[in-house]
Design a protein around this ligand. Sequence first.
Ligand code: EPU
Length: 303
Amino acid sequence: MSELARQSGISEQIVAFGAEWLPGEPLSQHTSLGVGGPADIIRMHDPRRLPDITAFLHGHGVPWRILGGGSNLLVADQGLPDVLLQLARGEAMTFAGNRAEAPAATNLGAAVLECAKQNLGGMEGLAGVPGTVGGALRMNAGAYGTEIGDVVRALTVFHGATGLFETVKTENVRFEYRHTRFSTDDVVLTATLELRDCPYAVIRERIKQCNRKRLASQPIQERSAGCIFKNPPGHSAGKMIDALGLKGTRAGGAVISEQHANFIVNRDHATAADILKLMDLIRARVLKAYGLELEEEVIVWRE
Ligand code: EPU
């Protein structure tokens, strides 16, 4: 937990910023993997108060980081000393022509469907990717031939370092494979998406096809954080881990998925330590066999 939680009257001050104070939240309940110790969360209902909230935290000497939907996140068992800022789901998406404006806290799959209802396509591949629009933007999430960066035209961002808001053009974000140039104290607030005219029925069929493929190849019914490692250029992490016979390997309650070897699933009250153990094992075995160093795709908050 943070230093802040030890002080009195904090809740009232946070509420005055139009936010909720959730001290000591078990992050296992805020992540799709279902692991992680406690941290204090400030859930913000008015992103315009970000300069006040971050200045308040700075004044108390308390570091912060941004928590999205928790679907690509592995948090240490001992929890975190930082305060986690989370944008509350609130405003709806808006549409003008073939452009959509999505608040960062919008569920990504819901955003794809909202666009579809407006007969706007181009994001179908992302329909089954868990998480928020903001998280997807930060990671440049992708699936089935679409990366979110492909459809983004502009973003509004709060820069923690300066306390200023900025409208950022896509070319300055540099969307790369599961990577962007945002720094850890940049908070994406909204995204302007440019989509293509496409009948709803066609989009729905494409979404169904992607979902079928995903269901057949990924353990979507189990608790996971999606793919654990990035694919090294020209290689498939899943294929290599599979070829090494590591599917089904267990550490405590964590298992390398029998369905897709680049997924680690929390099958039976796994801890972060269990998952990190399997990650170390995979890294070592792939390095030995292929001479390749796997890079984490999942965000790991070790401390
Ligand atoms: N493969 C195996 N064994 C396995 C898993 C995969 O042999 O256990 C083989 C497949 O047969 C295929 C190749 O490896 O020939 C690639 O597998 P797949 O098509 O499942 O794609 P992937 O590269 O493993 C990527 C993304 C996924 C995304 C899918 C679909 C990465 C690290 N992963 O997976 O994204 O959903 O393509 O587009 O880029 C994620 O970001 O968390 C994620 C899951």
